[in-house]
Write a protein that binds this ligand. Structure first.
Ligand SMILES: Nc1nc2c(ncn2[C@@H]2O[C@H](COP(=O)(O)OP(=O)(O)OP(=O)(O)O)[C@@H](O)[C@H]2O)c(=O)[nH]1
Ligand SMILES: [Mg+2]
Length: 245
């Protein structure tokens, strides 16, 4: 009985749809408040399944930005532990850990609360690392400028097709762990083709967070993404200034 129902859509009652609608409307109000608090800082909401390398990417990118005089702040989202925040603390930038206690995504209210404690007054860019999950975080606007989806090559080239919302709603896709490609059957061309079939405007970076021999030198994809972030910081700051003259 259970087996035959496995792939059937379960109909949701009218009341629970109303509750969902209210929750999303209230989320939008908080997202707007967050946007106002973010000010001139460019904000990226980073989505991926657990372990794709979100924190590792921040460990690669934040020092590179810092070296060029750009200040970052980081909001970490996890179901449990402040392990990721501790990794960001090592980079010497402001960081705040949201522990959701089981909730599979961040919402705008959680970010709202974090902004009471996180020092963002000097931030040029704010990275929000969402809870590792390719489904639930896609429904919640946090007030960010852009969603970025990270997919590591070990996850399989079908993932954009199976979790389309994350790819449809993101402006950027980072294909991470490319250093592992020689050990895998994974086809990077197929990952791109599938992702672009969901969102033809996705901007794609291919990265590896494995350090090269020289300290702080990463692969070209990391350098290209850092340049992209710098450009977005510049554009957002200029727009903010124009609106606030
Ligand atoms: N080989 C290789 N390993 C990587 C790379 N990026 C991350 N890793 C490893 O992958 C594992 C998970 O990386 P994290 O950065 O913690 O991943 P995450 O997405 O932040 O994980 P959650 O926050 O738990 O969702 C760690 O063991 C990293 O060292 C990469 O580019 N290449
Ligand atoms: Mg992490």
């Amino acid at each position: 009985m259970l087996k035959s129902n496995r792939f059937k859509r379960v109909s949701t009652g009218g009341r629970s749809l109303t509750v969902q609608k209210n929750a999303l409307e209230s989320n939008e109000i908080n997202a707007k408040k967050n946007k106002a608090v973010f000010g001139k800082a460019f904000v990226m909401n980073i989505l991926s399944s657990p372990g794709s390398g979100k924190t590792s990417l921040l460990e690669s990118i934040v020092p590179a930005l810092k070296l060029e005089g750009f200040n970052a702040a980081v909001i970490e989202g996890d179901v449990e532990t402040d392990l990721d925040k501790k990794r960001i603390d090592n980079l010497g930038v402001p960081a705040y850990q949201i522990i959701t206690n089981g909730t599979c995504h961040l919402d705008a209210k959680m970010v709202n609360v974090s902004l009471n404690s996180l020092d963002i007054k000097n931030a040029d860019v704010i990275f929000i690392e969402n809870v590792g999950n390719l489904v639930c975080p896609t429904s919640f606007n946090l007030g960010e400028d852009m969603k970025v989806v990270v997919l590591s090559v070990t996850e399989g080239d079908d993932k954009p097709l199976k979790y389309p919302a994350a790819f449809y709603k993101s402006k950027v896709m980072i294909i991470n762990k490319t250093d592992l490609l020689p050990a895998l059957d994974s086809d990077i061309a197929k990952i791109k083709e599938n992702a672009l079939s969901i969102n033809k405007e996705l901007i794609i970076f291919e990265t590896s967070c494995r350090k090269k021999t020289t300290e702080n030198i990463y692969n070209k994809g990391i350098a290209d993404f850092v340049s992209f972030v710098k450009e977005k910081i510049r554009i957002k700051a200029a727009e903010f200034q124009k609106q606030n003259i």
